[in-house]
Design a protein around this ligand. Structure first.
Ligand SMILES: NC(=O)c1ccc[n+]([C@@H]2O[C@H](COP(=O)([O-])OP(=O)(O)OC[C@H]3O[C@@H](n4cnc5c(N)ncnc54)[C@H](O)[C@@H]3O)[C@@H](O)[C@H]2O)c1
Length: 356
């Protein structure tokens, strides 16, 4: 009897673009159970050969040659190329995990979502923070809380990477995705302000305040020019304050138990008791969890938790924030994050510009 008879066939995978991010996709895929990393493709022969030889897989300068050999690919080429490469892979019958943001424009993102549906292929988008153990725990904690306001800070020192997009599309987009997962309500109002400091030609520092129709207020700040790296989300809730640090993977929940002034011999004493709960999280690498999820969706045929549709909604809100910051105006809007994208539709959020 063959002892291996019931083992599933490995999912054959490739990576297209092995620069800063793609090299990590190749590293993690080479470690995943039930995955066979077949090859990598990159226009840079040196970079591609280097990664291919590290993992002892095939190298292709032209990614089209990789496609007939694989079931699925990770695409980590520059954002402006996501659409072309993504659509080509989907039409070749290959499942796709594409890096964030899903595409450079809303129209391209819609077309990618529709192509994936027409070709019946999985389309997952690399909103990696969804798989950060700190976020997973935060989401669990907030399920039982009444959220009033959310603050997010995602600050980085200046670097030459990702200088073909603004800080909204490079960094803030992570927090927009997390926010829409935590508060899946309609966005009714937003204001945004930004600064351009470097010579990239794009905004480097942006702050936005977003109002949801259930009254929740969110303030997101992202920067490429801050001298200390920060990744934090703070949730102000009716019965708690939860601080989560995505770098240290630490979550602190503050609850006030007593808060009173006591009069003692005519003196007013201030007393405030509270307790702090510390939530421990696992040390799982988010990229590992993200790729395992993708592989399991490819194997089981189920839709990923961060599919094209969710990424499209995130891109819509990101575009609105960037445009508002560039215009220096505030917007009343009607952006339904649950809105369904009809095949072939190019429906946008309706926006009323206000001068306040
Ligand atoms: N999820 C995250 O946290 C995260 C972090 C960094 C970057 N990213 C995303 O990953 C993508 C890539 O960013 P990066 O910083 O790795 O860029 P990068 O410039 O370091 O790497 C891109 C690679 O793609 C290659 N390439 C370009 N055109 C190609 C083509 N037609 N065929 C094959 N290879 C091609 C380039 O030669 C380069 O090696 C971007 O969309 C970015 O937003 C995501």
């Amino acid at each position: 009897m063959n002892p291996y008879r019931s083992q599933p066939k490995p999912i054959r995978m490739g990576v297209i673009g092995v620069g800063n991010m793609g090299q990590h996709h190749a590293r993690v895929l080479s470690l995943l159970k039930d995955v066979e990393l077949i090859g990598v493709a990159d226009l840079s022969v040196d970079r591609g050969l280097d990664t291919a030889s590290k993992h002892r897989v095939l190298f292709f300068e032209d990614y089209h040659e990789l496609l007939p050999l694989v079931d699925a690919v990770c695409i980590a080429v520059p954002t402006r190329l996501h659409y072309d490469v993504g659509v080509t892979c989907l039409k070749a019958g290959v499942h796709v995990l594409i890096e964030k943001p899903i595409a450079a424009t809303i129209a391209e993102a819609e077309s990618l979502v529709n192509t994936a549906a027409e070709c019946d292929r999985i389309l997952q988008v690399g909103h990696i923070e969804r798989f950060n153990p700190a976020f997973l725990e935060l989401a669990k904690v907030l399920k039982h809380e009444d959220i009033l306001a959310v603050e997010a800070h995602r600050m980085s020192p200046y670097s030459h990477r990702a200088n073909d997009v603004s800080v909204v599309f490079d960094l803030m987009i992570h927090d927009i995705d997390l926010l829409l997962e935590l508060v899946p309500e309609q966005v009714v109002r937003l204001s945004a302000h930004g600064n351009q400091v470097s010579d990239s030609g794009y905004l480097d520092y942006v702050t936005t305040t977003i109002g949801f129709d259930n009254g929740v207020i969110a303030t997101l700040t992202a920067s490429k020019i801050t001298h200390r790296k920060q990744r934090r989300i703070v949730a102000h809730c009716k019965n708690s304050l939860t601080e989560s640090d995505f770098l240290s993977h630490e979550i602190l929940i503050h609850r006030q138990t007593t808060a009173n002034y006591m009069t003692d011999y005519g003196q007013v004493l201030y007393r405030q008791d509270g307790l702090i709960e510390k939530v421990y999280t696992t040390n799982i690498e988010p990229l590992h969890a993200e790729l395992e999820h993708f592989v399991s969706c490819v194997r089981g045929g189920q839709q990923p938790s961060v599919g094209g549709f969710q990424a499209l909604q995130t891109l819509r809100l990101a575009s609105l924030i960037e445009q508002t910051a560039l215009d220096g105006k505030s917007q009343s809007c009607d952006l339904n994050v649950r809105e369904v994208v009809a095949a072939g539709s190019s429906k946008n959020s309706s926006v009323v510009v206000e001068d306040w």
